[in-house]
Ligand binder design. Structure first.
Ligand code: CTP
Length: 422
């Protein structure tokens, strides 16, 4: 095990108030004969000089016994998950997670592990990759000491993602998706043996529950360039669904989606709708079921495919704006954007963009109350009139409020004449 002191890196990597708070927490832990460590992703990111908002603390002892004291120091309410022996605090933009050091036993592949309190070493040993299996001592007498039993620091230097033991992906196949995520995010590579085990065990992803699988893929879609990860996954024989594989089309369209969406980056549902564009509605339904996607995401995907089916109508010559509006008004805006990014036709792109940028905001100046003041009685007529006025406004038959009023009087006159004839 290598040992060196990382006080300098801690000081440079964390804001001074946060570091002072961690020291205070560690003092409290020490007073109760517990040892506190900084672990996991925060250690990795501090060593890489990357910002990290997740501060994971591990306690050798009983984290939950310390948590009420920590809550006082942090002056914050806590959120606890007692079955896992963990607690979370929001500290400014940071989340401080406190957990009891634990070992995990996997009864069968894909199952959630059985968890028991343990030592820090066992806690590090249950982790996914060497670069995530390091800790920093926070106890007052050994503050800053590096704990790196698996050579994580060396792998950071070599820029490698390496599992701790050959059964790692079998124990938890979501690590396959995590490995791909770190590769792209950090610009690292899978270590050769790790890649071979990943290829060997890739089918184990089928043993993972749908919710964990969805979370794993959503985390990928929240990375900076998900298309790179999806393409790398495809090269390793890993797909989000049998019918969906990363390819050059995706590599072209996803960056456009980011550009169109702006900041914050697009939600996974937008990427998924683009990804599913080539599928039939039945094929998309199978994807939705296989990942148990939320109702909201399912609607974006299915709306996108509905727009694709409506392309012949949307492509008609001399299409009135009100017709474009009617074809799209029930569709989610994300779906309209997804379809505009996915379609090859510039005519369709223009029409979808016109809806998103202009048509959806156009409303008549006159509302129901104004029409009633003009003598229109509430009821079906009012509804019909409002709809017709909206249509006239969309098609630019009327623009100003005066034109709308004149238009309404004409409509009412025509109606009265028709009644007289009847
Ligand atoms: N971990 C693991 N196996 C998993 C999930 C998590 O070993 N399937 C461990 C890793 O040591 C990881 C830590 O739990 O560092 C915290 O998990 P998470 O917050 O998901 O990862 P971070 O490393 O903090 O990564 P990220 O920056 O993506 O949040």
């Amino acid at each position: 095990m290598s040992s060196s002191n990382l006080v300098r890196q801690l000081t440079e990597g964390l804001p001074s108030e946060l570091l002072a708070t961690l020291r205070k927490l560690s003092d409290i832990a020490a007073a109760q004969s517990h040892i506190l460590y900084l672990v996991g992703g925060a250690v990795r990111d501090i060593l890489l000089k990357r910002p990290s908002l997740d501060i994971d603390l591990t306690v050798e002892g009983d984290a939950l016994a310390l948590v009420p004291h920590f809550a006082v120091i942090l002056g914050l309410p806590k959120v606890t998950h007692p079955s896992f022996g963990t607690a979370s605090f929001g500290w400014g933009p940071y989340t401080i997670d406190v957990a009891t050091a634990r070992r995990e036993r996997y009864r069968r592949p894909g199952a959630l592990p059985q968890v028991e309190p343990s030592t820090l070493m066992e806690d590090l040993h249950r982790r996914d990759f060497t670069i995530n299996a390091m800790a920093i001592h926070l106890s007052p007498s050994r503050f800053g000491e590096q704990i790196d039993p698996f050579g994580g620091r060396g792998d950071l230097r070599k820029r490698l993602i390496r599992i701790l033991h050959p059964e790692s992906f079998k124990d938890d196949a979501t690590r396959i998706l995590r490995a791909l995520r770190y590769e792209q995010r950090l610009g690292f590579r899978l270590e050769k043996g790790t890649e071979a085990y990943l290829r060997r065990d890739r089918a184990m992803l089928n043993t993972v529950g749908r919710d964990r699988l969805r979370q794993g893929w959503e985390l990928i879609l929240k990375e900076e360039k998900p298309e790179t990860i999806l393409n790398r996954a495809a090269a390793l024989g890993i797909t989000l669904h049998a019918s969906l594989s990363g390819d050059s089309w995706l590599a072209k369209v996803f960056p456009k989606a980011r550009q169109a969406w702006g900041t914050p980056p697009p939600p996974p549902s937008l990427y998924l709708a683009i990804f599913c564009y080539a599928l039939s509605p039945e094929g998309a339904e199978a994807v939705i079921q296989s990942l148990r996607l939320t109702k909201g995401t399912a609607k974006v995907i299915m709306d996108t495919l509905q727009i694709k089916e409506d392309i012949p109508s949307l492509a008609q010559a001399d299409l009135l704006p009100s017709r474009i509006y009617r074809l799209l008004q029930q569709r989610s805006n994300q779906a309209i954007l997804a379809a505009s990014l996915a379609t090859d036709s510039s005519l369709i792109q223009n029409r979808l963009q016109t809806y998103l940028n202009t048509l959806r905001y156009i409303k008549p100046h006159l509302n129901g109350q104004a029409l009633q003041r003009m003598g229109v009685l509430p009821g079906t007529d009012l509804g019909k009139l409002l709809k017709a006025l909206h249509q006239a406004r969309l098609d630019q038959e009327v623009t100003t409020i005066e034109e709308e009023q004149a238009w309404v009087y004409r409509w009412l006159e025509a109606k009265a004449e028709k009644k007289g004839e009847d």
